[in-house]
Design a protein around this ligand. Structure first.
Ligand SMILES: Cc1cc2nc3c(=O)[nH]c(=O)nc-3n(C[C@H](O)[C@H](O)[C@H](O)COP(=O)(O)OP(=O)(O)OC[C@H]3O[C@@H](n4cnc5c(N)ncnc54)[C@H](O)[C@@H]3O)c2cc1C
Length: 589
């Protein structure tokens, strides 16, 4: 990393935090001719973004239009109006919907970051008016990490437990090849080739270079920034904002060499990733975490609320009125002995595994301590956890068990447990995975009600054979169905792609607790990403983005990619604002 030779450095834009929220603004600003410094607290750049799926919700994006999916801005706007209710903020929603397509257009035409389409990916809530069945999202295209040269080693690797030997697996067709590796010749060869290339990478580069998902997103952004002469300093936490009268004029960074005052002529952008690991803020904003400890976020451990505190120190306001302060997700706690990499566990603590893939597949249910189902498991992670909170009596801990049979776990895996041929034994030995020859034995191993579990599975199996979930509507929406597995369900003569009987022991379970993918509550901003003071006035020189900006979704979760899509878009907008240009007439488009 370039280390500052002086204790005072000048730039146009100082970005604090190197996830999508920071890097999107940094790359755009560098292309607009600004001198940019990105400061990252960790020894590696990328934050939670580098661990993410890399999906961005951007309705009306150019890839959808090229595929013939045309939407008027009023359609996604109407969907958001229905979804967000009292939290709907039309000004910010319009800014996002207008500039999102321009953001995608800019990156794909002018930078190293490329996209694949989400034209078959539906919005989460198919029952809501104006929900789309596809065409509103894009994902980062795979990226050859070797293009980063020496800076590849400072890129945060994917969350180890979500990978195979550190190799990321892209959603969709590639993931299906991995499930089918032992069942179909073409899939076997696909996987074998990928794994061999990965092992070669480990030998030659000491890490994987076939980057996918969020790792590809960060790599594409970082490459584009460095290519334009932008600076990216790792191990350089910002500890204090500098002010010039009422204007925020820079920040103090603690670099490995010394403390440096960075003066930023056009602005400082806070993009520290929110408060996922800030105990005090969790205690204040998450009712299910009364001591601040009862929330196990899968977000990056460096996201300790620094940006929110820095913003408040300059007069910014943290919103406390969102429908939910965090992007909830079921998380299982992986014992530390299983960690073979910097999977993100703090000293002595477990790794937090987010359950994003297997819940909708046919043959898995989620039950509470009474052994009863409580929600549609195929719904989005946030909804599943809202369902758990709603079904948990006051005074009880909101927790659940994901239950499946042997056939399921060997085909799909379960949480951190990988499908066959990877062994189950280590997971049984460390207590992460519970097993029972019968449902009664499994219930005893989990400490849940045996009769309740037996009755639940009996009923669920009957509904699975009928193909209709009369209890929770599993498989009803387009989102449920795409998360399910139509091919496998059909092969077994089943009508519902999200339901199959749980019938042949041994049976397995993994416990899930309240967690998140990140946080929603952040600094109040306007549609230009400027941080607002108590009088709703922009604080001159101060911007926030990513999870440091309070989500304009208001704590609702209408679609996958609603953090990264806005983060990329408001970064694009903020950079134009700082450069004094209108993104609607951007010289970059
Ligand atoms: C497994 C997983 C999958 C996900 N998939 C998706 C998806 O597909 N689509 C989607 O929209 N969302 C997804 N999310 C959520 C999404 O990844 C995050 O909400 C998003 O990455 C946050 O971006 P950010 O830029 O705000 O923060 P981050 O990417 O976390 O970056 C913040 C950075 O700021 C640094 N920092 C903190 N304090 C300081 C300081 N004082 N000085 C300097 N640097 C500091 C941190 O170390 C960190 O590197 C996923 C999350 C997880 C865990």
């Amino acid at each position: 990393m370039p280390s500052p030779a002086h204790s005072t450095v000048d730039c146009d834009l100082l970005v604090i935090g190197s996830g999508a929220g920071g890097l999107s603004a940094a790359v755009t600003a560098a292309h607009l001719g600004l001198k940019v410094i990105v400061a990252e607290k960790d020894a590696q750049y990328g934050g939670t973004t580098a661990w993410s799926g890399g999906w961005m919700w951007v309705p009306r994006n150019p890839l959808a239009i090229e595929a013939g999916i045309q939407e008027n801005i009023e359609q996604p706007l109407a969907y958001l109006r229905h979804e967000l209710g009292a939290q709907f903020d039309e000004v910010r929603a319009r800014a996002f919907l207008e500039h999102g397509p321009r953001m995608v257009d800019f990156f794909r035409r002018r930078t190293a970051l490329q996209f694949i389409d989400g034209n078959a990916i539906p919005d989460f809530h198919g029952h809501t008016p104006h929900a789309a069945t596809g065409g509103r999202s894009v994902c980062a295209a795979p990226f050859d990490g070797r293009r980063l040269g020496a800076r590849l080693h400072e890129l945060k690797p994917p969350l180890h437990e979500t990978t195979l030997w550190g190799m990321g697996v892209a959603a969709g067709a590639e993931l299906r090849h991995f499930f089918n590796a032992l069942h179909q010749r073409a899939s076997f060869w696909y996987v074998a080739k990928k794994v061999l290339r990965h092992w070669r990478d480990l030998l030659v580069h000491r890490r994987g270079t076939q980057l996918v998902n969020g790792n590809a997103l960060v790599a594409g952004l970082a490459h584009s920034l460095l290519d334009k002469g932008g600076e990216l300093w790792v191990s350089s936490p910002a500890t204090r904002l500098l002010k010039d009268g009422h204007k925020v004029s820079g920040a103090v960074l603690h670099t490995p060499r010394s403390a440096v005052q960075v003066h930023a002529r056009r602005g400082v952008l806070l993009a520290c990733g929110g408060f996922a690991h800030d105990t005090a803020r969790k205690r204040e904003l998450l009712p299910h975490a009364p001591t601040g400890q009862e929330h196990w976020s899968a977000g990056s451990r460096g996201n300790t609320g620094d940006g929110l505190r820095l913003g408040e120190s300059a007069g910014g306001q943290v919103r406390r009125d969102l429908a939910q302060a965090a992007a909830l997700a079921p998380v299982s706690l992986v014992p530390r002995a299983q960690l073979r990499h910097d999977g993100g566990a703090p000293e002595g603590g477990p790794m937090h595994f987010p359950h994003l893939i297997e819940r909708a597949k046919p043959g898995l249910i989620a039950v509470n301590r009474r052994g009863a189902r409580f929600t549609n498991e195929a719904n989005a992670y946030h909804d599943v956890m809202q369902g758990l909170l709603a079904a948990t009596p006051t005074g009880e801990t909101p927790e659940a068990w994901l239950v499946c049979d042997h056939r399921f776990i060997r085909y799909y895996g379960l949480g951190a447990v990988k499908p066959a041929p990877m062994p189950l034994r280590p997971w049984l030995a460390n207590g992460y995975l519970k097993r029972g020859a019968t449902l009664g034995e499994l219930a005893a191993a989990c400490g849940i009600d045996a009769a309740g579990l037996q009755a639940t599975v009996t009923r669920y199996n009957r509904l699975a054979l009928e193909g209709v979930d009369k209890d929770f509507g599993r498989g009803e929406t387009a989102y449920n169905r795409i998360q399910g597995d139509a091919a496998r369900a059909t092969a077994h003569g089943l009508a519902n792609p999200c339901m199959a009987p749980i019938e042949r022991g041994p049976f397995y379970a993994v416990k899930v607790v309240m967690g998140s993918l990140g946080t929603f509550a952040g600094l109040r901003t306007n549609e230009r990403a400027q941080v607002l003071d108590a009088d709703d006035q922009p604080i001159v020189g101060l911007y926030a983005n990513g999870n440091d900006m309070s989500s304009f979704m208001g704590g609702h979760y209408p679609a996958g990619g609603i953090t990264l899509g806005p983060a990329m878009t408001f970064g694009f907008i903020a950079a134009h604002q700082m450069a004094g240009t209108d993104p609607a007439h951007s010289p970059l488009n």
